[in-house]
Design a protein around this ligand. Structure first.
Ligand SMILES: [Zn+2]
Length: 275
């Protein structure tokens, strides 16, 4: 025990002081990250996501969830399309044929079961935003703390009630260091919706990964900084993409784009994982 520790112990109790010191100097707490198949679909006309560009062109989309194991507990990032869609033989046909016709090859519940993770094991559910392909299974985790931006939670969106009022929630205002050690950070990226957020994860071997949410939908739109026609705020969308680019440079991060099928085809899917 150091003399400084002894001195502080006299005032505060040394174990408390030593404990917080260890938490800050120990290796990063993220152990692994699983990419989960939370949907597959076909977008009818991708010019919805790039006004005037690629008009009438269709594209295969995917929908991902990401399950992160940290020493302090599990975090689920996005919950994907509702599990009920898995039981629809032809999937969920959109009202507007320019939008995405979604299917769910497998439920989130069965994917978690296969990994040996119970819904009650999940400490946090964080959602990028409140569109139905991202919050479809939030109520599979009725006791789990939701991490959502205040601006998103309070947004009177056109999709009706999104969260049960009794669901535990931490309403964020900006960036948030989830476990307090800098290894998993929610990044405020408004624009697609008023309280949209992305997630920066620092994996021990893979390195830093920025999970896009829907700040961008596929690589071509990222490369050209295109803003979808239905985004809540165009200027914020452009500013958020710039902020993401700055973070990617700063942390030498990979950008993982949630709906980009070509990218997902190159990735390891659960039960394989990234560490
Ligand atoms: Zn989406």
């Amino acid at each position: 025990m150091t003399s400084r520790c002894l001195m502080i112990a006299a005032v505060l109790g040394c174990s408390l002081w030593a404990g917080s010191s260890v938490a800050q100097t120990d290796k990063p707490g993220v152990e692994k990250l699983y990419v989960l198949n939370c949907g597959e679909g076909v977008a009818g006309d991708i010019s919805r996501w790039s006004p005037g560009v690629n008009v009438g062109k269709s594209m295969d989309f995917v929908d991902n969830c990401y399950l992160i194991k940290h020493a302090q507990g599990w975090l689920l990032w996005d919950t994907g399309l509702a599990d009920a869609i898995a039981a629809m033989p032809e999937g969920q046909r959109p009202a507007d044929p320019r939008m995405t016709h979604w299917r769910r090859p497998k439920t989130l519940a069965s994917t978690l079961e296969q990994l040996g993770v119970k819904p009650s094991d999940i400490r946090y559910v964080a959602v990028s935003h409140t569109h139905p392909d991202h919050i479809g299974n939030v109520e599979l985790f009725p006791q789990t703390m939701l991490l959502v931006q205040k601006a998103e939670y309070e947004w009177p969106a056109p999709f009706g009630a999104r969260f049960k009022p009794e669901h535990p929630v931490q309403k964020l205002e900006g960036d948030h260091d989830v476990f307090g050690d800098g290894s998993v950070t929610i990044i405020s990226t408004p624009g697609h919706t008023p309280g949209h957020q992305s997630l920066l994860v620092k994996l021990p071997k893979t390195g830093a990964v920025l999970l896009s949410g829907d700040a961008v939908h596929f690589k071509e739109n990222w490369d050209n900084r295109r803003v979808p026609e239905n985004n809540a705020n165009k200027d914020q969308s452009v500013a958020s993409m710039q902020r993401m680019a700055d973070l990617i440079a700063q942390h030498k991060a990979q950008l993982w784009i949630n709906h980009d099928k070509a990218q997902r085809d190159s990735q390891k899917m659960a039960p394989e994982f990234y560490d």
